[in-house]
Every structure is written in C-alpha cells, then in structure tokens.
Design a protein. Structure first.
Lengths: 168, 168, 168, 168
C-alpha cells in the first residue's frame, strides 16, 4: 500500500487577511481534488482553518497538527487530529510530515515553518509573497524553493516537486 | 465534519514475540473493521508494523508516528506518516493523538506510553498483560485502565470508552 | 573544560507525601555537597521543588526543565530554567540530560521518566520504592537499575554509576 | 535565590565564516564577563562552538542544547549539556530558554530561531546582519528586535533588554 501524499499549508492565524483566507480555502480544495491530504497547524482560524475547510469541501482528507495537549481549539475541519502538546514546537513536525509545504501570508510562526522546512531540505512554495520574503528565503535554499502567484500555479509546482521525488 | 476516531496500538519492536505480533495483526484488522484509524510508532517491525499491516488488510486507514527526521525506516503499512524527529519523545504525541491506547507486549518504550497516557487522563487497555504490570498501572489511574485477554474483549472495551467520551 | 555531572531527581508533584518531600530535600542537598548539579521537572511543588531547594541550600547549582512556554510556575529554586513548551513531553529531555536519574515517590509522570530513561539505557536509582515497582522496572533494564533505601545509599550508588561511565 | 540570566547565541554551523566565528568567540567572552550564561545549539563547530569557547575563556558558565539523544557531537565547551533528541526541533527550546537571543551569521536553522523567538515575544538582537534580513524580521516583531554592528553594541542592547524585563 503506497504512502499518501501530504501537502502542508502554512500561514498566519489571527493576522491572515480576508483575501489570504479565501486563497487558502481555494488551495485546500484544489489539493483535495488532486487526491492529496491537506495538513495545517490545525487551529480554528486563519489560514489553518480555511485550508482545511476548503479541503473537506473538495472531498479530501485533512490533518491538523495541534499545539495543545487536547483537541481543544481545533478547527472543525481537521478530521485527523495530531495532538502534540508542543505549542509552536509542532511547526517542525508539520513541515517534516508534509511532502511539499505551501506558504501563504507571513508572520513569525509561518517564517519558522519555511526556515525549518529548508533546513531539512524539504520543498517549499512561496505563494503570493513579497520581494523581501522571496529574496530572504531564496538565499538559503534556492533549489527547494519555488514561487507562485495563484492556486493553479501552486498546484503545477506541487506536481513538479512530487514528480521529482517520485512521491506518488 | 466529525473528527475521526484514532486507536493507538503500542508494544515492543524487536522484542515482540511471534504470538504478540499475530495478536497485533488481528487487532489492527478488527480496529479497521470498526471504521477506526490505527496509529502506531510506525517502525517496520514488531507490534508497530503488525498492527498497521492488519489494519490495511482490514481496509482501514493507518498512521505511523515516526521517530526520525525522514520517512526512512517506516513500516510499509503506514499510509500517513507523521515525521517527528523526536525519537522516543514521540511517544507522548502517539498517546495524546489516540482516543484509546491498547498496549500489547511490554518493554521500556511501551511502559512510557502507558504512563504518559495515564498522566494525561487518556484511556488505556492492557491487553494480555501479566499481574505485575496490571497492578503497577492500575495503581496510577484505575478509572482510565481496562484489562482484556483477547482481541474481541479489547474491541468491546474500546467501544465502552468511545461511548463514554461521545467520541463518535 | 570537563562537562558537569547532572543528577536528575524525579517524583510526584501534588501527590508527594511530606516524608517524600523531606527525603527529596535531603537528596538535593547531598547531591550539591558532591559538586553535582540537581535537575528536576522544575515546578513549584512536590519532589521537583523540594530537591531543588535542598540543592540550593547545599550550595549547588540547579536546573528546572519546565513544561510551559514561559518561566511561569517555576520553582523559586531553579537557577537555570530550560523552557520547553512541551508539557510532559519534557520528561524525555529531563532523563536524557541526567547522567543518573533518582526516582522518589511514584505517579504516572514519574513512571514515564523511569521507562524513558531505561529505554535510552540511562542509569536509574529507585529510592524507597515498593516491591511491585521494583519488579516492574527490573524486568525491563536490570543492569541499569539500582535500588536504594535512603539518601546515603543513593549517593553511594550514584558514585558507582558515575565511576562506571567515567563521567567525572 | 534568583534565576540566572541566559543569553542565547545562534548562528550557522558548517557555513559560518571565519570572521563570524571570531565575533562569536568575542561575544561569548563578553557575555561571560557580565556574569551571564551563554547558551547555544551545542555542536562542535561554527557559531555554536565558538561562542561557548569564548564564554569558557571568559570564565562563564555554558549550556549546549544538543540535537541528538546522547552527548555525542557536543562542543567540548558545553559544560551543561541538555540532551533533547529533537534535531532542529530543539531550536524552540533554545530561544525560549534564552532571555535574549543574539543572531550572528544566517542560515535556515538560524532563521527558524529568530522566527520562533519573535513568535514567542522574546527579545532578539540581529548582529552584523544584511539589509534584507533586518527588514524581513523587523516586519514581524519590531519592538522585540534590535540591530547591532559589533560586540560592544550587542552587550549594550542586552543590558537594555535585561533591564526592561527586570531579569536581573
């Protein structure tokens, strides 16, 4: 039985903009349509929640990697809840468990996820990021970083990465 | 969308007996038949591997919570691989993420999982354990510990626990 | 510059008996007199607090490996605070960082520390434990487990372990 | 007994430049002269090793927060070894345990430490960083970020932060 492909969607919680949340929803839905699992930090707001909600709507399976030591505060759309009791320490587990990580919006926790992914030679897609963010992260792992403007381009990039790694 | 029910199956790796491995296989298969997810420590031998293999054979979904920082060494039967980079530190995540933990065979890592589960008021079923083990753990969390002799009794106990917590 | 020797003292929090707390205080003081560092789970009550208090009174250095993501709730006697944000997940770090772990009193968290220490082939001294506890843990790591009745015997055993490993 | 002040020094391992290693040594030495503890990721090369070596030479106490599950690979200058078995997951513990984190040189692991520190509202000093790095991190936590050009300015900034928090 082959392993399932997991796509991480990382981005801000409280500080995500309405437009970013809509894009996260669309991304989760598009990931689900490809038959991949959507994984996020699992909380009930922001990019974490929106991507999981989109994935469920798209008929996909979802994983929330939760910060607390119970399921409390989880997104209603996290079907599989990994309970870590590690707060932001779970960020490393989130990116290690994702075959590709897509980053949408930016905040300190999100930046830690990109950095930890690159540290571990994992593939990252910077979706809709500004020039400073792109230059900062390109400097530290250019072969593993791709840049995209919208959801369709992101899905195309994920397919390149998945193909490269023979993950399918 | 309701959360999926996850049953952890914990037990020794290299030191599991052939009989324990057979029982773990049967248990994974029975868990799958109930529609529950089987979660283990995800390595490619012992109870971890046998329970996942049984669950896949029973048509169920499986999660391996892996010790390393890559998927290397994973059981072929772990469909969803949670990559922790925590070694035995992942034991806490395994039990926190399991709605009920079943323990089969005994070794130091397994004992840590029972203890961490009880510390967190999680439900534990001691399957086919000796008198010392039962008395040791009953002393530290009697309401959350049930004892079973075989797979059917274990499934019955899981249903009691799942019902008590309205997890379904 | 040689590495400092760290002795972990593990035991219950709220449920420690007054006699156990007195013994933990005496043990911390005796560890300090030997020039060793005392490490505990760092909270402000029970064995964790009492051992650190004794160690400070004995003129020793102390480490608290804390559960939260800030120093809040720390024992006043933890001079060096390691802030883990891992709850009981820190138990693994506590025993891995201790050259020898002494266990005094028993509860679920404490049992997880003994088990994780033995899983990692670390040295453990069971101080003033009952017969079931001793038999349970002896079964899973007899060469790394010693039993003691009081503080002087514990210090003698620590010296044996420290000598064996040429830690000094 | 008051808590000791811990200053984290974070930076690249293999990819640190000779000039950065010299600056890390000088910084460790200057931290020690102030009576503060120096904490790093504890490995035997790069900024981690150089800062600890300087701190020991300055008569200070040192902590290495190690990635493996044993002391193997530790800097010889880490007097207190915190053994985490978490790989880069330990980065969160390193910054949470540091009252102020100084960042010198830049790589993916280092970037994750800055980001995790800012996520947790911890104080960070960017030492000798380029314009992109400064702008990237200033955007996500300006009140908690200070910039310095050399070791004396860094020590001055640490004192401001320590005073602000009444850590002393």
């Amino acid at each position: 039985m082959s392993s399932k492909i997991i796509i991480g969607v990382m981005g801000p919680g409280e500080n995500a903009t309405p437009d970013e949340n809509i894009m996260a929803f669309d991304l989760g839905k598009a990931i689900a349509k490809e038959g991949w699992i959507t994984l996020t930090g699992g909380r009930s707001f922001g990019i974490m929640d929106a991507a999981l909600k989109g994935a469920v709507e798209g008929g996909g399976l979802t994983i929330g990697v939760l910060p607390g030591d119970t399921e409390k505060g989880s997104s209603d759309h996290a079907q599989i809840k990994i309970v870590t009791s590690m707060g932001s320490g779970r960020n490393y587990i989130s990116v290690l468990s994702s075959h590709v990580t897509v980053v949408l919006g930016m905040a300190a926790g999100t930046a830690s996820e990109v950095a930890l992914a690159l540290k571990s030679k994992k593939k990252v897609i910077l979706l809709n990021q500004d020039e400073i963010t792109i230059r900062f992260f390109k400097n530290m792992g250019s072969y593993n970083v791709l840049v995209s403007k919208d959801v369709p381009e992101t899905i195309k990039h994920i397919k390149e990465f998945v193909g490269m790694n023979k993950l399918a």
